[in-house]
Ligand binder design. Structure first.
Ligand SMILES: Nc1nc2c(ncn2[C@@H]2O[C@H](COP(=O)(O)OP(=O)(O)OP(=O)(O)O)[C@@H](O)[C@H]2O)c(=O)[nH]1
Ligand SMILES: [Mg+2]
Length: 463
């Protein structure tokens, strides 16, 4: 944890840049109330209690009235940062905002750096690092699911989970010490078995957290869904129907789409990032070939793949290029049911089920809102199942955390190997300490100024 030593008072506009009905400037630090008082006409703020709101007038750089304003006073330590804080709500003109910040700086403030308010909250012990990072995720959240994960992390669910893991590791270390103490006696065998069991439990839990990153990152940034399949199957028609817009060119000419066309849509709790791709077929055309390579690459990177097949086109096998990624959920969509009879549909469904036993199969036409609704439900269903499996809401969304977890997994694997090989307790204790260390970097119990600078510089100014 950082030492809590605030020397100066900082200020920034905390609302979004630009014009708005109202803008809010935040002033925080030991001199916050004194500095705002210098530019404030109204009830003296020095006399005001914490958590009170006051109407008054703020002055400009020439000590003339700038705007009618509302000031909210928070006294240390009962504020976001832990220091005295005043939030000033003004009319949101760009000029008023600029002038207010200039006046505050003249009166003794310094302009805050990105994320500095949150960094001070962390330094004051108001939140740990994972919770502070969740503040940024919360601000960036674009769907109900992303918001749910971030708000759980902000309220400390994730940190509590990590702390429980650390406590177990400390137990493990304690058991090991016990074993060392009694190494001459019979107690050794029982402890080793217990140690092994505990280490395996920890390994499984850290491994589950590490692999939750695939879903966590997809939810945070928008779930990438690649729409692939042979030319003319109706991929672009499908994209347009799902997003409700003529986003991609549709034509009966094979090879119409040459490049990836992306659009995002919120469906249920999730934001999906759809990618319409160039149709797969044998070709000598250089540009088309590049497009097809991009389609295959999109499919390999996607979180979910929708394979579109034209039922009216004779096709009893998939394009040679296409091998569906094994661990990627796939929906096979049999399109253009309006052009074939029921027996043909049934036969195609059966054949697909044999080829891809684990996939969701949907048949229909891109003109039907029921088909589109069915596809949308299939997509949210896949995400619901992924987020429901495992330990509730706890999904890792942060690349820094997954890196630390991967290292923790490495060290805990060494603990298990050490126990299996009957290594001396000292060696094993070293690996346990390393595992604890890696977990501690996530919550910021162990940290460096460089790391903090990197994390908080990604925040916006005013947060
Ligand atoms: N009858 C019928 N035609 C459809 C359906 N969906 C798409 N089409 C038609 O199929 C043709 C190809 O549609 P596209 O959406 O351009 O196909 P694509 O898969 O994007 O094709 P490429 O970009 O060439 O790979 C167009 O003429 C569409 O109007 C459907 O459900 N029924
Ligand atoms: Mg197309």
């Amino acid at each position: 944890m950082e030492p809590h030593q605030q020397i100066d008072t900082i200020c920034a506009i905390s609302t979004a840049p630009g014009v708005g009905g109202i803008a809010v400037a935040r002033v925080s630090g030991p001199e916050a109330i004194a500095i705002v008082s210098r530019i404030w006409k109204g009830r003296p703020l020095e006399e005001c209690n914490s958590h009170t709101v006051h109407l008054g007038t703020v002055l400009d750089t020439q000590q003339k009235p700038l705007d009618q304003a509302v000031a909210t006073v928070y006294r240390a330590p009962r504020s976001f940062t832990g220091d005295d804080t005043v939030e000033i709500a003004i009319h949101g003109s760009r000029w008023i905002q600029r002038e207010l910040i200039a006046t505050l700086c003249d009166a003794g403030c310094r302009l805050a750096e990105p994320g500095e308010f949150t960094r001070r909250a962390f330094a004051a012990g108001k939140m740990d690092l994972a919770e502070a990072e969740a503040v940024a995720d919360m601000i960036a959240s674009t769907s109900r699911a992303a918001h749910r994960i971030a708000s759980g992390q902000m309220r400390g669910h994730y940190s509590a989970h990590l702390k429980a893991l650390r406590d177990k590791l400390i137990d493990l270390a304690a058991l090991l010490e016990l074993e060392l103490d009694f190494s001459e006696e019979e107690v050794e065998f029982a402890s080793r078995e217990k140690l092994r069991q505990l280490a395996r439990e920890l390994h499984d839990e850290i491994s589950r957290l590490t692999s939750s990153f695939r879903s966590g990152a997809a939810i945070k940034d928008g779930v990438p869904v690649a729409i692939i399949g042979p030319t003319n199957a109706g991929k672009s028609s499908l994209l347009n129907a799902i997003v409700g817009d003529e986003r991609a060119i549709v034509s009966s000419i094979h090879g119409t789409t040459r490049d990836i066309i992306e659009d995002t849509v919120e469906i249920g709790d999730y934001l999906f990032r759809f990618q319409d791709t160039a149709g797969l077929r044998q070709t000598d055309d250089t540009i088309e070939r590049i497009g097809i390579d991009r389609s295959l690459s999109a499919a390999s990177k996607a979180h979910i793949v929708i394979l579109v097949v034209d039922l009216s086109a004779p096709l009893d096998r998939e394009p040679d290029d296409l091998t569906l990624p094994e661990d990627t959920p796939c929906i096979v969509y049999l399109n253009k049911t309006d052009l074939v009879d029921d027996a043909q549909i049934a036969e195609a469904v059966n054949r697909t089920r044999e080829q891809h036993p684990a996939t969701t199969i949907i048949s229909g036409t891109t003109h039907s809102s029921e088909t589109i609704a069915e596809l949308r439900d299939a997509l949210t269903g896949i995400m619901d199942r992924e987020t429901d499996s495992g330990a509730g809401d706890i999904l890792v969304t942060n690349a820094r955390h997954v890196q630390a977890l991967t290292q923790a997994l490495d060290s805990v694997s060494r603990v298990i190997r050490g126990l299996d090989a009957n290594l001396s307790g000292d060696f094993i204790a070293q690996d346990i300490r390393e595992t604890i260390h890696h977990l501690a970097t996530i919550t910021g119990d162990i940290t460096t100024p460089d790391l903090l600078a990197t994390i908080f510089s990604r925040f916006c100014i005013g947060k």
